[in-house]
Design a protein around this ligand. Structure first.
Ligand code: 3AM
Length: 186
């Protein structure tokens, strides 16, 4: 079995800038710069055979490079407990359409539809035992966060290994955007 997800990689200077947002938040474990990405689809644990089908479907996703801008910060929470802190993404219809194509490709490969609404973000920290009120200062301080737009010209199929010191991600396949799509008939 292999644990997979699909994401956009981020430029190194942007990841460095995001590490500058770290602050005093009780219970926050900050994501190392090399692990930062913008998730498009969590695939989960699949067999090698399903992984091949996902790869084949992703290889057929066409699209041109486009720009993304990170904007604002926020948190995922439920019942007053915060699970993650994130940097948000400025409203972007191209990104929304692109993610829909990734979702369609994953379903073509036999995956169950993702039930959760796509909320584009870059996770900055995962939190444990962090009450909502404790992240309010962090969110207030960085409410105006805005990064320079960057161009995405590829997307990545990552594998994820869960270790004791946190997950480590390996870039399994990079799919360029704007390149002509090849098929078995070519
Ligand atoms: O870094 P982010 O948050 O964008 O949260 C996990 C991470 O995305 C997400 O997949 C990415 C790589 O681990 N993830 C992990 N487990 C998940 C699950 N069961 C999940 N997303 C949805 N459902």
């Amino acid at each position: 079995m292999i644990r997979l997800f699909v994401a956009f990689d981020l430029p190194a200077d942007l990841r460095l800038r995001l590490t500058g947002l770290r602050g005093q938040v009780p219970g926050a474990r900050w994501v190392p710069a090399e692990n930062m990405h913008l998730t498009l689809r969590f695939v989960g644990e699949v067999t090698e055979s399903v992984a091949e089908d996902v790869h084949d479907a992703l290889a057929r996703v066409a699209g041109d490079p486009f720009e993304i801008q990170l904007f604002g910060v926020g948190q995922f929470d439920s019942r007053g407990q915060v699970h993650a802190l994130w940097a948000g993404v400025a409203r972007n219809e191209v990104l929304t359409r692109f993610q829909t194509r990734i979702e369609a490709a994953c379903q073509c490969a036999g995956l169950a539809p993702e039930s959760r609404h796509f909320h584009p973000h870059v996770t900055l920290a995962r939190c444990r035992d962090t009450r909502l009120a404790r992240v309010a200062p962090f969110v207030a301080v960085h409410a105006g966060f805005q990064a320079a737009p960057f161009q995405v010209d590829s997307f990545v199929l990552y594998s994820s290994a869960l270790g004791r010191s946190g997950p480590s991600y390996i870039s399994e396949v990079v799919y360029p955007l704007g390149a002509s799509v090849t098929t078995d008939q070519d």
